[in-house]
Design a protein around this ligand. Structure first.
Ligand code: ADP
Length: 278
């Protein structure tokens, strides 16, 4: 059952985007709810835009990452939300938002909690080498040039280690775990800070192109110069050293056969014991 707790229209940040925050107690997934809302608008043929709508759930029963992978989103432990945007950037460049979102989450966490988060391609936010936040971008095309972006963001905030299922305890972390606190922190400040940084970075992307976001992403990346294993379609493909983030958002990896560019896939970092992380 879905319960709308409150609809709250307010300005967050200073450059004029009017976020419309819609809160739910339980959802299957905030991205799915965003898709249903977009579908309803298409069927009703209404002109009003969903641009700036933020769908928040206290818990998700079927949260998903890329490739349909399960995203653990227990009640009261994190921020689980989706932002709908109608971007003013050519559709071929929509993937740049993926980096803008990761940078925004990193800026917010550094600002609110002063924690040294790092970024892993394409859009994971890590702390102590473990995953703190997952981002899932989906694109809904309306015409060849007009589209909407569904940006799912999951940030682990209040989990203690035992709140994570056993298989995640090695590779996931949360804000309170990193702050070494036993009490819960108030996630609202982080939520508003993410939206404010997102607003600023979307404007940066629209006005200055990818260069400024790319520079910020690279400054906090934990993979440039590191040895990685590249997995394509879930299978080990090759190893190499990360050379750079290209101007088109692909990852350039130096291999024994020369530079290869990773368009879609997963990266595992080589660890000191010679293995690879997730
Ligand atoms: P994204 O690109 O959105 O991060 P992934 O497919 O990488 O998507 O995320 C799903 C993977 O993340 C799962 O397979 C699981 O290993 C891990 N995972 C699931 N829930 C969490 C969570 N709450 N915190 C950290 N990692 C998680």
């Amino acid at each position: 059952m879905r319960i709308v707790l409150n609809v709250d229209r307010k300005m967050i940040g200073g450059i004029g985007m009017d976020w419309q925050v819609v809160r739910y107690d339980t959802l299957d997934s905030t991205n799915l709810e965003a898709k249903r809302k977009i579908q309803q608008q298409i069927v009703a043929q209404t002109e009003s835009s969903l641009h700036g709508m933020v769908i928040v759930a206290e818990t998700q029963t079927g949260g998903k990452g890329r490739l349909g992978r399960h995203w653990e989103s227990k009640a009261g432990t994190g921020l689980w939300f989706t932002v709908i945007l109608k971007p003013n950037v050519p559709i071929e460049q929509a993937s740049f938002y993926s980096f803008a979102v990761a940078v925004s989450v990193a800026e917010a966490i550094r600002e609110v909690y002063a924690l040294p988060v790092t970024l892993k391609w394409p859009n994971d936010v890590l702390l102590s080498g473990k995953k703190l936040c997952g981002i899932l971008l989906e694109l809904i095309p309306h015409t060849q040039t007009v589209y909407e972006l569904i940006i799912g963001i999951g940030v682990n905030v209040n989990q203690q280690l035992t709140d994570f299922p056993a298989e995640l305890q090695e590779k996931a972390t949360s804000i309170v775990l990193e702050l070494k606190r036993e009490q819960k922190v108030d996630a609202h400040l982080l939520f508003t800070s993410i939206l404010a940084h997102l607003q600023k970075n979307c404007l940066l992307l629209e006005t200055q192109g990818f260069a400024a976001i790319r520079a910020k992403w690279k400054a906090w990346s934990c993979i440039i110069g590191r040895e990685v294993l590249v997995l394509e379609q879930g299978k080990v493909s090759y190893t190499g050293i990360v050379d750079d983030l290209a101007m088109d958002g692909t990852l350039l990896v130096r291999t024994s056969d020369g530079i290869r560019s990773v368009i879609a896939g997963d990266i595992s970092l080589r660890t000191v014991d010679g293995g690879y992380t997730f």
